[in-house]
Design a protein around this ligand. Structure first.
Ligand code: FES
Length: 123
């Protein structure tokens, strides 16, 4: 069952753009893929719980977090797709069982654009 809700503030992102939002008590990163699809993923890395934007150098754009339409945590380079699955861990780092089994490790939300408004729903 869908429970779509409008974001409180008007948002329109260009492909490749990333913003931080707060949604019902959770900190999310909302971004738009190169194909124009919206994605929302937790702003806290499943690896060590770091707030992902804090891994950027001062002044760096949040869009630097995207790599091939996936979110790349700048702390240790883990990468997550729009479904929350870890798609890359740099060589030499242990791979958790959940990742080996292809299970989602990062919480995601569904996002759509409806009549010019961005709507979001829990997965
Ligand atoms: S804290 Fe994100 S990859 Fe390690």
């Amino acid at each position: 069952m869908s429970n779509w809700q409008n974001l409180n503030h008007a948002v329109s992102l260009a492909p490749g753009e990333v913003i931080e939002i707060e949604w019902q008590g959770d900190d999310l990163l909302l971004y738009r893929t190169s194909a124009g699809e919206y994605r929302a993923i937790t702003a806290y890395c499943p690896h060590m719980g770091n707030y992902i934007p804090n891994g950027l150098a001062p002044g760096q754009s949040l869009s630097r977090l995207l790599q091939q339409d996936e979110l790349r945590c700048p702390f240790h380079g883990w990468r997550f797709n729009g479904e929350g699955q870890c798609t890359h861990i740099p060589q030499g780092q242990p791979v958790p069982v959940a990742v080996k089994q292809g299970r989602a490790v990062a919480r995601c939300w569904r996002v759509r654009e409806e009549k010019g408004r961005i709507q979001i729903a829990a997965t």
